[in-house]
Structures are given as C-alpha cells and as structure tokens.
Write a protein that binds this ligand. Structure first.
Ligand code: F6R
Length: 617
C-alpha cells in the first residue's frame, strides 16, 4: 500500500527519496509526492499517477529541490480520490510542516470539524491533512520540539498510521511514528533513513531497526531517538537484512513477476532448508508454544487473504490427512465478523507474505482475544503479523516485488506442510521416519518446479493465442481445486478478464451453462497413480465441458494418457505425490496469466487498482 521514505544525511535528499520511492513502487500507488527541507521554504511536489509524473515536476522546478533532509510518499487512495491535491505530503496552513501518512485515521472527521471550526481551511479531502495542522499547533505547545509535538498528535489519533514529518523550524530532522502500520529505520554512517520497508534504503544500508507499536522516532544524520507516545525512551528491534539490492531488482527479466516465477525452485528450497532437526522435528523460527500446547490443539483455523488463502485451502487437505485434526480455512476479512468458536485449544495459522495485511492482522487479534494460539507463516521479517503471533515460521522466499503473488504461494505451501508434519509428529500420529519420507518428497519439489519452468515456451505461445478471450474457466478437484481458484485469480488480477475457478464436480450444478463454443477451460488433473477415482472423475468432467464446445487446456502428469483424447492443449508436469501436486500445477497458470497480461499490454508487476501490501480493512 502507501510507500514512505524519509532521509537525513549529507546526500541530496531528493535523489535518495525518489530512489527509495521507486523501490517501493511494488506496493501499489496512484499518486506520489516529496518534501525537501531547503534553506528557504519547504519544497513540495506531488502528482497523481506514476512516479515519472512527479520526477518531471521536480526536474522542471527552476531552483531544484536542494537539501539534505526530505520525505517522500507513494499513495494508494483511501480518503479522497487519487488527485494532485490529495497526494501527500500535506502541509500545515502556515507552510511550516509537511506530513506523509500510511493508514487510516478513524477519528479524522471529528478532528477536521474541530480544526475547521477554529478557522483552518483544508486544501484536500484526506484524513492526513488533519495531522499536518495538528502538528503545527502542537509544535507551538511543545516549544518547537518536533518529536514531542508528534507524540502529542499521536495521542489524539485513532486508527492505523505510519507518519513522517519535517518542519522548517527543525532542520536536519525527520520525525516518524507508527501504530498498526509498519515503519523501519535504516541505520547509516552519517545518515539515517525511515521507510515502510527496507527495500527503500537497501542500496545504502542493511542495518535496520523495526519500530514497535505506538512509538515515535526522531532521526538526525547521527542519531536515532525512539520513545513511546508518552515520551518514555523505548527501543525498536535491531535486525540485519540478509538480502541485497540485486535480489530486489529484475535480474534481466522484463517483469519482477517473471523473475519471481523463475525463483520458485530456490525459494521453496530455502524455505525447507534447515527445518528438520536431528529427531525429525520441524524447527520453527520463533516459538512461544510448547509441544504440550500443540498436543492440546483440537481444531485448526487457517486465516489468510487472496493467494495466501488459496495456499491455506491446499494445506487443509494435507494437515487434516496427516494430523486428523479438523482444519478450517477462512478468508481473514470474514473471520471475526462471524464470531468463530475459538478457545485455548484452537490453533490459528495466519498466512501472509507481507505480514502487514490488515484483514489477517485483525483476524489474528480476534483469535488472540479468544485465547487461541496463533502461528504465523510469513515472508517478511520484522512485520506485524509474526510479531503479534505466538510462533513464526518464515518462508525464506526473498523479497516479492510484483503485486501478484507467485513464489509466496509455493513457499507458503511448503511452510504449511512443514507445520502439518510437525503437528502430526508431536501428537504421535506420525513417526519421525514417516515425517522424513514426506520431507524428502518436499525436497524433490524444487527440481520438479525447475523442470516445469524449462517447458514454459509452449505455455507462452498458448497464452498469446488466447489473449483475445473474454472468459476463462479453471477446473480442479481435491488439491487441484484451490489451484484452479489461484489460476483464475492470477488471470483476473493481471489480464483484467473474467476468470472463475470451480470444483470440477460443481460444473454440472450450474456453471456449465456459461460454456460456449471456444471458451477456454483449464483443467488441473490429479495423478492417476495417487487417487485413481478422482482422476477418472475429472476426465469425465473434461468430457462434459468439451461436449459443450469448450477449448480444453489440460494440465496432467507425464504418462497420463487417459486425458489425451480430451485435451485441445496438453501441458505436462512431472509425476508428483497427490498432495504435493500444486507445487507443479500452479506454475503454468502463473506463466499463462503473466503472458496474457503482457500480450494485452498491461503492467504485469503493478496491475491496476491493486496494492502489494493491503494495510486497510
Ligand atoms: C494475489 C495476491 C493477493 C495476496 C493477498 C494477501 O496475487 O498477491 O491476493 O495474496 O493480498 O497478501 P499477504 O500474503 O501479504 O497477506
């Protein structure tokens, strides 16, 4: 969602800030802006649309944006449309203060009414502008102390926010604050940074501090001071970023998404690496749960959104099969509103690439209030969801920049499977050697994924030939059903075409009516070796749609000859144990969606209307 950068040091702030914003583009945005503290008045520029619009404005400015302290923002509109006037930074009426913000200030209407009644005129429709005016007022109350003024403001705000501000009366300083929204500090040599995430400053430093909940930070070139909202000195969490700039760059691909699809064998490998201890036990990264806690679990909920939810749907099959514990998978955005039955013996698994998805975070908090244990599966070290969970298993997938999740999905599968195996072992349902056997099968997945990747030219050609189609149907059964949902989601979000995933058996209960002559239907076929009945049933389903004119694209394992007569186009994947098949069957669907989007001239990495990190409910 919104991207935030702050800098103070000896470099030209405008360059550092724009560079940082470019690296945060992946979060999704619809306007951008900067403010630089120069000798004279604050220099502010903001423009709707892509970052290049803002850059043109900055370049065109006669006196440039000279100064070594600045802030910058990419905005994903919430309060007020994506226009120049609503873009951040927002300034106080006296022009002294500039503020940028990620999140939603829930009591903004009340604050705005009270500021307006005192004669302040607003120049935007945003909730953020209140903060700029309040900060200017509190600066006077705080005798010009910027950090104290920010603390006073934060105590009046409700909702979720990361805020950064600069003040012409406080040169060389940037103040930041956070509640329910991420903020990290980059610790440099004679310079310091603030950002929504480390990719904004990774080119300058890999030493970072994650700010805790309800904290304020003031940076100068040589100091970092952290307090809580009351001014009590506080500490963030120091960490070192273990990936470098090249990991966040495209590596020769046209799109980050293609790079990330190609990284999947490595990402799955890294997620499995070093996870199994001497006695076959799964090694979690941070565990604040005992084996007894895990033995006491009598019900599991997986909560997640979008692609992570689909990973959860696949995991359910494996977890229930291995542990015999009932497992439900819920959309995080629905979870707390239906009052789920949770207690101390419920294990909630929160799956999130970003670790900041607000729907998942709120569902997690609801689960904790009901005393359930929460285990996070997350890709982003230092993010909120793992911090608030009782245990964490990080997927070591590396940064995922493209808005559409790819390697996150496969690494989430790997992590969920590890959790399932661990539970099964702790509870005595599986012995160490049985766990070891499945872990070995999992370890074979990176090679299998690489094999699929090496055959994707055919899928690319197919994608180009189908790019004009207006409707796509995806069918699957068992673990192939969530794969079908995921294939449809990828295509919808990237190509902006109507795509739906169905459990293949459901077609005859209604959806088959949409099939017309030539409608592309992608069928994810399970292994005939693993679940013979299942396989035969889907072959019948393929025949049903073909008989109604569908153009069938069949994903089936090598050696499965039964599907050949019914496939207009056949995509082969390596033979894989049934539960693990999504590792290989998902990959062609990712490639298909990316290629169709590219053929249609869409931005594959930043689809319209979407954000990478969805920090609002
Ligand atoms: C789809 C996609 C989204 C995310 C969802 C959850 O390609 O990327 O559906 O999967 O927004 O995000 P995380 O995993 O960050 O919680």
């Amino acid at each position: 969602m919104c991207g935030i950068v702050g800098y103070t040091g000896s470099q030209e702030a405008i360059q550092v800030v724009l560079d940082g914003l470019r690296r945060l583009e992946y979060r999704g945005y619809d306007s951008a802006g900067v403010a630089v503290l120069s000798e004279g008045p604050l220099r502010v520029a903001k423009k709707a649309g892509k970052l290049s619009n803002l850059e043109k404005e900055v370049v065109a400015a006669a006196d440039g944006f000279t100064g070594t302290t600045g802030i910058g923002h990419t905005r994903w509109a919430t309060h007020g449309g994506p226009t120049d006037r609503n873009a951040h930074p927002h300034m106080s009426a006296d022009g002294r203060v500039a503020v940028i913000h990620n999140g939603i200030i829930e009591n903004f209407a009340k604050l705005r009414a009270s500021l307006e009644s005192s004669g302040i005129e607003f120049t935007s429709d945003t909730d953020t502008e209140c903060v700029a005016h309040l900060l200017a007022l509190e600066l006077t109350a705080a005798g010009g102390d910027l950090a104290e003024a920010m603390r006073l403001v934060c105590r009046r705000l409700e909702g979720a926010f990361t805020l950064l501000a600069v003040d012409t009366g406080t040169p060389g300083k940037v103040v930041g604050a956070r509640r329910n929204s991420p903020l990290v500090v980059g610790r440099g040599q004679g310079e310091n940074f603030l950002a929504s995430d480390v990719s904004a400053f990774i080119a300058h430093t890999r030493d970072a501090i994650e700010l805790g909940q309800d904290q304020v930070v003031l940076i100068t070139a040589d100091s970092i001071e952290i307090t809580d909202f009351l001014g009590v000195p506080a500490q963030g969490r120091d960490f070192h970023v273990d990936w470098d700039l090249s990991a966040a760059e495209k590596g020769g691909h046209d799109w980050f998404m293609l790079k990330e699809i190609g990284e999947q064998p490595h990402a799955v490998d890294a997620t499995l690496l070093g996870r199994v201890g001497e006695h076959g036990e799964i090694l979690l990264d941070e565990v604040r749960l005992t084996d007894q806690d895990l033995r006491d679990v009598d019900k599991i909920f997986i909560i997640a959104c979008g692609t992570a939810y689909h990973a959860g749907l696949v995991a359910k099959y494996a977890i229930e099969h291995w542990t015999r514990i009932p497992c439900e998978v819920e959309l995080a955005s629905e979870f707390r509103y239906r009052d789920p039955v949770l207690d101390r013996s419920t294990l909630v698994i929160a799956v999130s690439q970003s670790g900041e998805t607000m729907d998942t975070l709120m569902a997690l908090r609801h689960a904790k209030e009901q005393k359930a244990r929460v285990l996070a599966i997350c890709n982003t070290n230092g993010s909120t969801i793992p911090r608030e969970s009782d245990a964490v298993l990080y997927t070591h997938g590396g940064p995922e920049i493209a808005v559409a999740s790819t390697k996150a999905f496969l690494t989430q599968l790997a992590a969920c499977f590890l959790v399932g195996l661990h539970l099964a072992q702790v509870r005595g349902v599986k012995y160490a050697d049985e766990v070891g056997a499945v872990v070995d099968q999992l370890r074979a997945m990176p090679a299998a994924i690489a094999q699929v990747l090496s055959t994707m030219d055919d899928v690319r050609a197919l994608a180009r030939s189908l790019a004009h189609q207006k409707t796509f149907i995806f069918l699957g059964r068992h673990v192939g059903y969530p794969v079908a949902l995921e294939g449809a989601l990828k295509l919808k979000e990237l190509a902006y075409v109507h795509a739906e995933g169905f459990a293949a058996g459901e077609m005859k209960h209604g959806p088959i009516a949409v099939i017309e002559e030539g409608t592309p239907v992608v069928c994810v076929v399970p292994s005939p070796a693993g679940r013979g009945v299942l396989h035969d049933k889907i072959v019948s389903n393929i025949q049903e749609v073909r008989a109604r004119g569908a153009y069938t694209i069949v994903i089936a394992e090598e050696g499965d000859e039964a599907v050949v007569p019914y496939a207009n186009h056949l995509i082969r994947v390596p033979r894989t144990p049934t539960l693990l098949a999504p590792f290989v069957t998902t990959v062609p669907l990712q490639v298909l969606a990316a290629e169709i989007a590219d053929a249609l001239g869409h931005d594959v990495d930043q689809p319209r209307n979407l954000a990478k990190s969805v920090t609002v409910e």
